[in-house]
Write a protein that binds this ligand. Structure first.
Ligand SMILES: [Zn+2]
Length: 236
């Protein structure tokens, strides 16, 4: 993953060079106003969500007046930049080069337990004719499993959803406490949809350990949010 210290966001080198694609995972200092400072971002209309830890997604064809409620955005319209906010949760960007469609997904534990990523892949199939085996998926910076201590209600929720429990590690000496691997949980769900392992890129940066990334666990109300984004510029 490229660390663009000059611009304040990370990108996947594997995705650079794709004509007119814009994508990135903003650091703490990367705010909405920062988009206007970069030429290739200026023509893009940004869409944000009112995120509610659900499995609800919205297919965007034009920018609505108020942010819709949900946790994932999809579009095949050039000129729209999908933006997802995170602070420890896993941001996922999805790319369909053939149909020139994209998605941005907010995967916290609640959304993950409700299979949001699988809903989004199914939505891309239905709305854009995407084929899971042709999708490219990028998993961005998030709280890594070594830092993500959770209570016993989480394995219970995953079990109810029929999801694998091998994403939890029991914490020695702390009864009822587990570590959750959000990346693995979503990776396994993507595998189930038919996305190819070789098409999934990710990074090992932990938001909780890295001071210039937003971590709700570490900083609570002062955490701010990371802006994770993807879209296609209009062909000129
Ligand atoms: Zn950490």
């Amino acid at each position: 993953m490229n660390n663009k210290t000059d611009t304040g966001f990370f990108t996947f080198p594997q995705w650079e060079g794709i004509p007119s694609l814009v994508h990135g995972f903003g650091k703490r200092g990367w705010t909405g106003a920062c988009f206007d400072k970069i030429k290739e971002f200026r023509n893009l209309k940004r869409i944000f969500l009112k995120q509610i830890h659900s499995n609800r997604f919205h297919v965007i064809t034009k920018i609505p007046r108020t942010p819709p409620e949900g946790d994932a955005l999809l579009t095949d319209k050039p000129g729209i930049l999908l933006v997802i906010k995170t602070a420890d949760c896993l941001p996922v960007l999805i790319l369909d080069k053939d149909n020139r469609a994209v998605a941005a997904v907010h995967c916290g534990w609640r959304g993950t337990s409700q299979r949001i990523i699988q809903h989004v892949v199914a939505g891309m199939e239905r709305c854009f004719g995407s084929r899971p085996e042709n999708l490219w998926v990028g998993l961005g910076p998030h709280i890594r499993s070594t830092c993500y201590e959770v209570g016993a209600e989480l394995p219970v929720a995953f079990e109810h959803a029929g999801l694998p429990l091998n994403v939890f590690t029991r914490l020695a000496g702390k009864p009822g406490k587990f570590l959750l691997d959000l990346k693995k949980a979503n990776f396994l769900q993507l595998m189930d949809t038919g996305v190819k392992e070789a098409h999934i890129v990710f990074n090992d940066i932990c938001t909780h350990c890295q001071p210039d990334l937003a971590s709700f666990r570490r900083d609570k109300k002062k955490a701010g949010r990371m802006l994770n984004f993807i879209g296609f510029n209009k062909m000129i």
